[in-house]
Design a protein around this ligand. Sequence first.
Ligand SMILES: Cc1ncc(C[n+]2csc(CCOP(=O)(O)OP(=O)(O)O)c2C)c(N)n1
Ligand SMILES: [Mg+2]
Length: 1015
Amino acid sequence: MHRLRTCAARLRPLTANQKAQNFSQQRPVAAQRTFQPIRCYTAPVAAEPFLNGTSSNYVEEMYLSWLENPKSVHKSWDVFFRNANAGAPPGAAYQSPLGMTVASLPQAMVGAQPNVEKLVEDHLAVQSLIRAYQVMGHHNASLDPLGISCVNFDDSPVNTGFQHIGFYGLDESDLDKVFRLPTTTFIGGAESALPLKEIIRRLEMAYCQHIGVEFMFINDLDQCQWIREKFEKPGVMQFTLEEKRTLLARMVRSTRFEEFLQRKWSSEKRFGLEGCESLIPALKTIIDKSSANGVENVIMGMPHRGRLNVLANVIRKELEQIFCQFDSKLEAADEGSGDVKYHLGMYHRRINRVTDRNITLSLMANPSHLEAVDPVVQGKTKAEQFYCGDTDGNRVMSILMHGDAAFAGQGVVYETFHLSDLPSYTTHGTVHVVVNNQIGFTTDPRMARSSPYPTDVARVVNAPIFHVNADDPEAVMYVCNVAAEWRATFHKDVVVDLVGYRRMGHNEMDEPMFTQPLMYKQIKKQKGVLLKYAEKLIAEGAVTRQEYEEEIAKYDKICEEAHARSKDEKILHIKHWLDSPWPGFFTLDGQPKSMSSPSTGLTEEELAHIGQVASSVPVEDFTIHGGLSRILKSRGEMIKNRTVDWALGEYMAFGSLLKEGTHVRLSGQDVERGTFSHRHHVLHDQNVDKRTCIPMNHVSPNQAPYTVCNSSLSEYGVLGFELGFAMASPNALVLWEAQFGDFHNTAQCIIDQFICPGQAKWVRQNGIVLLLPHGMEGMGPEHSSARPERFLQMCNDDPDVMPKLSEDFAIQQLMDCNWIVVNCSNPGNYFHVLRRQILQPFRKPLIVFTPKSLLRHPEAKSNFDVMLPGTQFLRLIPEEGTASQNPEGVKRIVFCTGKVYYELTKERKTHGMEDTVAIARVEQLSPFPFDLVKAETEKYPNADLVWCQEEHKNQGYYDYVKPRMRTTIQRSKPVWYAGREPAAAPATGNKKAHLVELKRFLDTAFDLDAFKGQV
Ligand SMILES: Cc1ncc(C[n+]2csc(CCOP(=O)(O)OP(=O)(O)O)c2C)c(N)n1
Ligand SMILES: [Mg+2]
């Protein structure tokens, strides 16, 4: 009704001035023609019988057209608009035009003349039909090369096609009638009206051939128009001879590569691309087009299927390097476990032959875990954009490939999509290509997803989805061109769904007929896409058979020659498969440039200066919350007293690194303020909406930028993203903080598959920092444990071997480990370990169990003295009190880590045992400080040894620490346990039980007879 009213208002008589304006105006473009509510609702045109709510749109179309050219509309409408403009009273604007007899009408209009209402209805029907094609045409597209389509639309009616025109109130007699085309279609090309028959034919061509376009859910009119134009305009799908020949050559390479591997290594797994060979020209098209649009760096992620082919024919890894991977006698030259050939990454800079521009292509190494690499690719892409100042993604982009089953099934796909438009995480559009072979291992789509297409997940971010029959390489090339252009134009994600099949089993050894007999009978009959395309081009005269055969022979020869060369390769260098080189960071043979760790301390002035920034508001006229003023004031007091609490310790580390030129990025849920409201890195003006200030960016004029960003509520996606970000450069401190440490388990795949073994599998270092709030504080089973036992269990140091204690033992140990696990008991040590992460000459992941109650604990503060030049991170903090004065008299050393230290010291005081019990804090759990534990145990010859932890016995650190302590003391004494008993849950939900447990294990720790008689 609203639309009718605005339309009616526009039909009011125009003044002479308005008329002049209107006639001289261009016809407004669709984007501008939004229907603003106009307040002239009084125009009483509702009395015109045919101007009902649905017809108003159509009438308005005609009216605008009539304003431009009165002859462009039917004569009856011409009369009507003239009358209406002349101010005809309601109900009187329509007159049967004189002279419009049946005989005088064009043939197409016969029948319509006496009934204008019918004419309007028919036009509306045609509009609905056009819209139906745009919305649902893809249901009728011929997407499946096998013709057995597995897409299930729940029998929803698809009312397109000649046979369904009755649904719209049209019939066969209307087919030759000419209808005006609405502005929401481009099928007319230069024509503004077409006979219905032609309208349908063109819509069928646009929407129901080998391309199915899904886009009408996008809630942006410009974007919809853009897509409509790309697919509806007559003649868009035409290619030059040159383009066709290039496409054929690419198909030859893609197909013959797989055939070559099959011939040479028929019993090796390679997860070939047969049935979806057009993936290669698809990717090449996206890259060519993007390169032409200015992209210089493309970062890709993909699963197993067709990976070797992508390496060979898209990234252009030397073929001999690929072929030699099939040689089982090849010896590994690098340290570490390495990985199978279809997981390795690659980095290559070359000239794009089509655009003649430089392009860097990298394929990220990935684990078997499907889709896990998606956020990692995004993070790496974001970092590359960040470091080259590419704020809109014009120079760096990502391409993600997916399997159909994995794309629909893996939640991380959704998590990654939801990062796509967040300011601190967007990569300004990713092109997704789904290798949709309509099967996942042995499972049919019907059993693998509840949505019609595997791509429906992309709809949540309004990404257009282009389904395309992979057996039509030209259609594939076309949609890939459009996808690349879409990204360049709108900087948003887009999906290409390449519908093909899988000629072999899941891998080349697998028998698919066990489970998909009919599908595979059909596949066996299916002619290969290369052959089909070659025949098409030969028939068209685009190539001769001889040229085609020569192209094949040429590529086969390339393969054969590379194969011969590959036999000379005796050693496998995983280094050659590095996806993220760090030029200049290592020596030429990949070693650290030095093996010393400089002091991580700062001068008094630097500490005071950063402290001052942390306790003030560095911009004018900025009103902060009263509570925050008090926090800043108390920070100021601490700085005056040369002390830091946890938040200030972190501030000192970040601020100083930024000042020294290291980018710092802290990401995670609510990190800007801090889950525990201790951080406050982003200040909010209490009077101006969205006005914020980040004091950390005011430390020094030439400092590196500080990024602190609240993330989406995702762990898997966001941790993967930050890991990728940290991959791009060694000169950044990238930290991910879990809201509570236990939530890291929803990102377990990133931890287990990438962070822990990344260097061993892919010779690639990474300095990511995980901040995991941890501690038993009576908060129940959740929110208590960051699961230290899991991280420690995955450390690669040997519990049973006492390492050689050389001078550079500490740094050598760090160099050899797979990650560093720490639990700092004071902010000074936290400050040092963060700075060490950047100042050490290599990069290792750092896992930090961070405190909760210690954030505000009056004793958990550090003096500037422990942060001055010459000071450093303490891997172990020995007993420094009374007990250390008279070591002979000490009866027990309690080793512990983290917050329980404060509970132990308090209890010791209560028991008056300061001279008989020493307490040592293991701050760096892994790599284990064998040297310092040894020194501490040797210092107290008469003491028994206790490991005390607040966690349950089967959790926490005990299982990791005990064998290493035993090795340190050559098993000369037992290592007793004081802590909670084994349990299934990390903590009790009952506060009282919590306190009883605490008292019990503290009593044990200070009962010198507790372990008497035990062996
Ligand atoms: C997270 C995860 N779960 C299970 C597997 C085991 N797996 C390997 S391939 C595969 C089927 C994948 O199907 P699809 O995504 O369609 O790719 P296709 O193999 O068909 O190319 C499965 C289930 C895996 N690799 N990763
Ligand atoms: Mg599949």
